[in-house]
Design a protein around this ligand. Structure first.
Ligand code: APR
Ligand code: ZN
Ligand code: ZN
Length: 361
């Protein structure tokens, strides 16, 4: 029997979000219905609302979520009703070229639920990133559910579903930060701070946080930054070189998404160092570099999507490390809010006041 629950809808371009009754079908083959316990508010939800991602309104927003599996459809064996899970937006297919080559984090045939959730008048909803978790229940592909230790608080667990995983993964997966490395992180919002935390976890000796806002630098220090640079006052490339014996950092993680910070990241790395690009630029942005610098500096430039994570490998591991007190994921939760407070959370996000607002149901 399909069920009716409450969910947060973005009805049209730039319109305020509102709570509506949504219809969640029973899970079909390979699908699961999850009772959502917590879901973080991410910039991507705001971009959906603004019409910046697609015109496929109405959207059911929310995609950084944790909850309990309520029911599963035919053929689902990896999760069962009662399991505590984190949802992910990249359930890999296992059979595409990227998957077969052992690089499933580049999978290009990822799975979402086949059936549609609707409004009560039958209007089909587009779930944000194939999830739609600002809702009491949602329908996903079973592969979007990863079981983790239920001892973790749901509002903490859900964070791994997107931004925090993107930052931690940029350090430990894409950047391959290792014991003793020097790391610079440019841009210390939620994603950059997670890269700082990931670098600490990986054993980096020096973690240099760069931002234009002193409040952000203070938070980055609490996440593990050993040095901070306010790039409004100090040239960050020179500062990073100075702090690394004149060389530059082994790994530089860019978490802003602007030409000037891409350029800083490029020059702040050691010869043969790695630049990890996490910040998402807009289509018109360009970067101009002397080819001789590109050729002569060696090393690698890598972009990082979703922290090159593999949910089934990374989510349980990071939750275990959190429960052991070795990774403080709770530090990313600035506030918990109700389902009807998402619009205000977008406002606060816009002003840079929060790392994460998390809806708790
Ligand atoms: N130099 C250094 N830091 C900057 C600069 C700059 N020129 N401009 C902005 N910042 C800082 C801001 O002060 C803020 O602390 O970058 C940080 C950006 O943080 P958020 O806006 O909170 O964004 P976040 O969620 O961390 O995402 C960062 O990663 O995944 C991508 O799409 C995401 O492009 C975005 C980036
Ligand atoms: Zn695949
Ligand atoms: Zn997100």
């Amino acid at each position: 029997m399909a069920q009716e629950v409450r969910g947060v809808i973005a009805p049209g371009k730039d319109q305020a979000v509102r709570i509506e009754t949504i219809v969640v079908p029973d899970p079909g083959p390979g699908e699961a219905v999850v009772r959502i316990q917590a879901c973080g508010v991410c910039h991507t939800d705001l971009h959906y609302k603004q019409g910046g991602i697609s015109d496929d309104f109405p959207f059911l927003l929310g995609h950084e979520a944790a909850g309990v599996v309520e029911s599963v459809g035919d053929g689902v064996t990896d999760v069962a009703p009662g399991d505590f899970v984190i949802l992910n937006w990249r359930a890999v297919c296992g059979t595409c070229r990227a998957c077969l080559r052992g690089r499933p984090w580049y999978c290009f045939d990822t799975h979402n639920a086949r059936q549609k959730m609707t409004l009560t008048d039958g209007t089909e909803l587009s779930p944000a990133l194939g999830i739609g978790a600002f809702a009491e229940k949602t329908l996903v592909a079973a592969g979007q559910c990863t079981k983790v230790d239920p001892a973790v608080a749901p509002e903490v667990a859900g964070l791994l579903g997107c931004g925090v995983m993107a930052g931690i993964g940029a350090a430990i997966n894409t950047g391959n930060v290792g014991r003793g490395d020097s790391v610079a992180v440019i841009g210390c919002g939620g994603v950059g701070d997670a890269a700082v935390a990931g670098s600490r976890l990986a054993g980096a000796a020096k973690i240099i946080a760069v931002d234009i806002d002193d409040r952000k630098l203070e938070t980055a220090r609490s996440m593990g930054a050993t040095h901070t640079v306010n790039s409004r006052e100090t040239d960050p490339v020179e500062a990073i070189r100075e702090l690394t014996g004149g060389f530059g950092a082994d790994v530089v993680i860019e978490a802003v998404g602007r030409p000037e910070t891409y350029q800083q990241a490029f020059y702040a790395r050691d010869l043969a160092g790695t630049v990890v690009l996490v910040g998402v630029p807009t289509p018109e942005m360009k970067l101009e570099l002397p080819l001789l610098d590109v050729f002569g500096r060696g090393g690698s430039l890598k972009s990082s999507w979703y922290g090159d994570c593999l949910p089934s490998r990374d989510f349980p591991m990071l939750i275990d490390l959190h429960l052991q007190g070795r990774l403080d994921l709770a530090a990313f939760v600035t506030e918990t809010i109700r389902l009807d407070e998402v619009e205000q959370a977008f406002e606060r996000m816009h002003h840079g006041d929060v790392l994460r607002s998390v809806v708790v149901l």
